[in-house]
Design a protein around this ligand. Structure first.
Ligand SMILES: Cc1ncc(COP(=O)(O)O)c(C=O)c1O
Length: 378
């Protein structure tokens, strides 16, 4: 048995759904480029597997947040041009040059340091200049673009290949602020003509669905490639065509019958109100199931919703499987996210229960949970 995949709690990755979602997104943007975002272990889906599949589908540019993530993709044999989206420090410049990663820059100090590192090797480095059109995170101000590009031109080993920005509110129903950002993108694009920029890229998943004016030359979809909706307030009904790539399952490891009034798990935050059948599952906050959901979740067993009861521990938690007591046995499958019979639990539903977003639910699934590809790859 392969010990790395022996954990009873597993994430199943439906690569055919990834293929489908890429087709949906590609149909929206037409001939334009898609540069999928694989940061944070591909939003919890397993960056190696997702990266390899995207390359297999013909995608040549991938985005991550950090240099270490880019290096992990290379080590996993993912052959693509990798853009590193977050700002970083000059101490990383040599890695960018050595591996050919494309950094996002927004300070002249970073450009200088990259130029020096590139000069040492006799290579030229391609960079993407980030303009802050309203996200307020990183980026130079729009009015500083031409002056910044002039300064970059003083470094022969640096090529400003891309000019980019990021939307703050594209996922909201009210698109007024996004249109304001798009207008700034247009102005910046116009003023930067003549500087040899090859690719203007602005759009995230929400913008791909709702803001065709923001397509530019390339778009950077993240959440949508995994089949999850950027929000519930998008206008474009095509968002409903997305298919979730991830399912999260575990198995029952222990069963017991308990009388009414039995206190369960740490602190006895739950007492049975009737004679009950209680299942133990090897799933806890060490696997990414927040303790904050204790006593609120419903997981699927034999196609029925069963309540999670008592405090969620690090490695185990309990389920009241009384509704399926006739059929349930040790070893049975339990679905945390996914379908079983006619029932489904979605990352959106878990997010709503926890007061967070689907992005956080899937990204929080712990590293120790193996990601297993299922179904045909294409
Ligand atoms: C710069 C940048 N571009 C694109 C994305 C992808 O966004 P989304 O997952 O909403 O499509 C992100 C993710 O936050 C990002 O930081």
């Amino acid at each position: 048995m392969e010990y790395r995949t022996s954990h009873l709690t597993q994430v199943l990755i439906h690569l055919e759904h990834l293929t489908h979602n890429m087709r949906v997104l590609q149909a929206l943007v037409g001939q334009r480029l898609l540069w999928p975002v694989l940061k944070a272990n591909a939003y919890g889906h397993g960056a190696d597997m997702i990266g390899r599949h995207l390359v297999h589908l013909g995608y040549t540019h991938l985005c991550v947040a950090h240099v270490a993530e880019a290096m992990a993709l290379v080590e996993a044999g993912v052959q693509a041009t990798i853009m590193v989206l977050s700002a970083t420090l000059p101490t990383h410049s040599e890695y960018f040059v050595a591996y050919g990663f494309e950094p996002v820059v927004c300070t002249i100090e970073m450009v200088e340091s990259l130029a020096r590192a590139a000069a040492k090797t006799g290579r030229r480095i391609a960079v993407h200049l980030k303009v802050d059109t309203g996200m307020g995170r990183i980026g130079i101000q729009p009015e500083d673009v031409t002056a910044f590009l002039d300064r970059c031109h003083a470094f022969p080993t640096v090529w400003v290949k891309g000019l980019m920005s990021h939307f703050a509110c594209a996922h909201e129903a009210d698109k007024a602020f996004s249109h304001h950002q798009i207008e700034i993108c247009r102005q910046v694009q116009a003023t930067s003509r003549g500087y040899g920029i090859a690719v203007y890229h602005w759009a995230n998943s929400a913008a791909i669905f709702d803001l065709p004016e923001a397509y530019g030359d390339a778009a950077r979809p993240g959440i949508a490639i995994y089949g999850l909706k950027p929000s519930h307030t998008l206008w474009n009904h095509r968002v409903h065509e997305l298919k979730p790539v991830l399912e999260w399952q575990t198995r029952i490891t222990y069963l017991k019958e308990v009388p009414a009034g039995t206190g369960l798990s740490y602190g006895h935050t739950f007492h049975t109100v009737q004679p009950s059948v209680i299942a133990t599952i090897p799933l806890g906050y060490g696997d990414g199931l927040s303790q904050r959901c204790s006593n609120t979740l419903e997981l699927l067993v034999h196609g029925r919703r069963c309540r999670q009861v008592g405090q969620i521990c690090m490695d185990q938690c309990l389920l009241d499987v009384t509704p399926v007591c006739d059929q349930v046995k040790v070893g049975d499958e339990v679905v945390i996210i996914g379908r079983q019979g006619h029932e489904e639990v979605t990352a959106d539903a878990l997010a709503a229960q926890l007061g967070t977003i689907n992005y956080e639910i899937v990204t929080h699934i712990a590293q120790r949970v193996p990601r297993i590809a299922v179904g045909s790859a294409l």
